[in-house]
Design a protein around this ligand. Structure first.
Ligand code: MRU
Length: 353
């Protein structure tokens, strides 16, 4: 079963998104056409994963442009209001660079046509949003092909969070090589970190890998070192939300712990991302903003019930920084970047818009 997570609604006037918070139990789609709804879906992580939130921003801005163009014939007023709303969407979550990158790409396109009528600009934006979606599919396919050269039939692979099709347009990043290998008849034993506190591993990665036909063992995040020590893991595959110029990488909190254990036990640790995730304006991980989320996500059990004593103080950084020196290679659609990353990432990074 392949689930399409993002598309335009059948009348083309709304963003249609799969609500990832309801998976794997329920397949529920929602439709949005306002800035508040799109920002709400991204903040609540109904739509999540670095490339997917970038695509949602692009499609969301296109939908808002279409709606504004119905109400406003004056190009200047139209562009001013669209910029204001695009900026709010770009700031919905701070860590994944894909979100602000996609919003900026959309607004550069809109601003490049100040002579155009609002309806013409809105049509261009819709085409560009679809292009960003289609490009991501192609990019993920190439990442999968590049990544598949790093593993062999029968390998045990540990993964953290969710870097599968749900987090992108298709294929995924960190899960792409595994899914492609399975399509080619290979077999893998996938060890899936549950990924506290929001359980993207348990809910989404286990679901996607089981659907793809992998042998899956779900494990607590804290089991990673023991699994590596036992020899069950041949490689760690993760996605990421932003890569700095020196290879320091932001990904779901807990990634860095797995990377430190992998270094200690001599297990190769691979990061997968589309080139827009590389942000050369960040010299190192120190420049990456880590999203801090609500304490209740830690004190409770997936919004279901309180597990910690009422009133306990919690910290909830949603991401961590894995030092570039712990990363064996960073795989993009353009190839496999090896250390020193200051050099290799320069060739892989896209020119910032
Ligand atoms: O908070 P989330 O679920 O959006 O975090 C997502 C991750 O950390 C993923 O590993 C990352 O975005 C890679 S997506 C292919």
């Amino acid at each position: 079963m392949e689930l399409r997570n993002l598309s335009f609604s059948s009348d083309g006037k709304k963003l249609r998104a799969l609500d990832q918070t309801r998976l794997p139990g329920e397949v529920v789609y929602e439709e949005y056409d306002s800035c508040e709804e799109i920002v709400g879906a991204i903040k609540l992580m109904k739509v999540r994963g670095a490339p997917a939130i970038g695509i949602a921003a692009a499609m969301g801005i296109a939908v808002i442009a279409g709606k504004l163009a119905e109400e406003c014939q004056d190009s200047r007023a139209f562009l001013e209001e669209l910029s204001r709303q695009a900026e709010i969407i770009a700031q919905a979550r701070p860590t994944a660079v894909n979100l602000s990158w996609a919003a900026k790409r959309m607004m550069n396109c809109a601003m490049g046509d100040t002579e155009g009528k609002p309806k013409e600009i809105a049509a261009k934006l819709k085409a560009l949003a679809q292009k960003i979606y289609d490009e991501d599919t192609e990019i993920c396919r190439k990442i999968a092909e590049n990544g598949l050269t790093l593993i062999k039939d029968g390998d045990g692979i540990l993964t953290h969070c969710n870097a599968g099709p749900l987090a992108t347009s298709r294929y995924g990043t960190g899960l792409g090589p595994i899914i492609l290998g399975l399509e080619k008849g290979m077999k893998f034993h996938c060890f899936v970190d549950e990924t506290r506190p929001l359980l993207q591993g348990a809910r989404l990665t286990a679901f996607e890998l089981m659907n793809a036909g992998a042998e899956v063992s779900l494990a607590c995040d804290s089991a990673a070192a023991q699994l590596m020590r036992s020899g069950a893991i041949n490689a760690v595959f993760v996605g990421c939300d932003r890569v700095a110029a020196n290879g320091d990488t932001a990904n779901k909190v807990g990634t860095s712990t797995a990377a430190i254990a992998a270094k200690y036990y001599g297990v190769p640790f691979y990061v997968f991302c589309p080139s827009p995730t590389i942000d050369l304006s960040c010299k190192s991980g120190e420049d990456i903003v880590i999203e801090q989320r609500d304490e209740w996500e830690v004190a409770g059990l997936y919004f279901d019930r309180q597990i910690a004593p009422k009133g306990v103080k919690c910290v909830n950084p949603a991401f961590d920084i894995t030092d570039g020196k712990l990363i064996t290679a960073i795989v993009t659609e353009k190839g496999i970047c090896l250390p020193p990353y200051e050099e290799s990432l320069k060739n892989a990074a896209i020119r910032r818009l």
